[in-house]
Design a protein around this ligand. Structure first.
Ligand SMILES: [Zn+2]
Length: 234
């Protein structure tokens, strides 16, 4: 087993949602970004992006990449269509479940929460409350008295996070290459931009194998090579 870690940095676009009512959820804003943590002893709270949010997005990109390489992948996140229940996966778990885990499989990757990078700004200035009116899904019109308040992280706030994994020696290259490629693809599409809860910039800050930090050139090479040697499905 080798320990791998990938650190990333992302800049929030319109501000991640950090607090809200159920009305906000019902109009489809990414509920996974709703969390915050206390800083210091006071009431001030900082926004954060839960590791599970990034895990979900990176997993989805990995599914798309592996499907493109002709691997049969189960369908997350509903347990009924995931390994070992997916009818088309002959030898569960599939390659994505092997890496990210599933109902019957432990995850090899662990995602920490992404927290605010700069400590210069007091926590109370990192969020702002926004009022909105929810729309009726059927009629696409504003409903009376459906005003909601959402607390958003301020746009432009930089978050830093890290994922770590314990990978089989002979799978380090292909699996790490897959994860790096997925993050880069997410960076290219700007996360969940279309839902207004995304980021403007996502970049890999560092990649390490067994504690050894790879240079940008080294991990780019690993990405090229690793993707080209992806084990064929059996
Ligand atoms: Zn699977």
């Amino acid at each position: 087993m080798k320990k791998v870690s990938v650190s990333y940095r992302l800049t929030a676009e319109s501000g991640v949602i950090v607090g809200s009512s159920t009305d906000v959820l019902s109009i489809g804003i990414d509920k996974a970004t709703i969390r915050r943590r206390k800083v210091g002893g006071g009431a001030a709270q900082e926004p954060l992006i839960p590791g599970s949010t990034l895990k979900g997005k990176i997993r989805y990109e990995c599914e798309r990449i592996l499907s493109g390489l002709d691997h049969k992948i189960c369908r997350a996140p509903r347990a009924e269509t995931m390994c070992p229940h997916h009818p088309e996966i002959e030898n569960p778990p599939c390659e994505v479940c092997k890496l990210f885990g599933g109902p019957s499989e432990q995850s090899h990757l662990f995602f920490g929460d992404a927290t605010v990078k700069s400590r210069d700004v007091p926590a109370q200035f990192l969020t702002r409350v926004q009022a909105g009116v929810s729309l009726s899904r059927k009629r696409r019109t504003a409903e009376d008295e459906r005003l909601f308040y959402a607390e958003r992280g301020v746009a432009g706030t930089v978050y830093e996070g890290k994922l770590e994994g314990y990978l089989e020696d002979d799978l380090v290259e292909p699996q790490l290459a897959l994860v790096i490629t997925a993050i880069e693809r997410l960076a290219a599409i700007g996360g969940a931009k279309s839902r207004g809860a995304g980021w403007t910039n996502l970049e890999i800050a560092s990649v390490a194998v067994n504690g050894q930090i790879l240079s940008r050139e080294e991990w780019r090479k690993l990405r090229e090579k690793g993707l080209s040697v992806w084990p064929k499905s059996k």
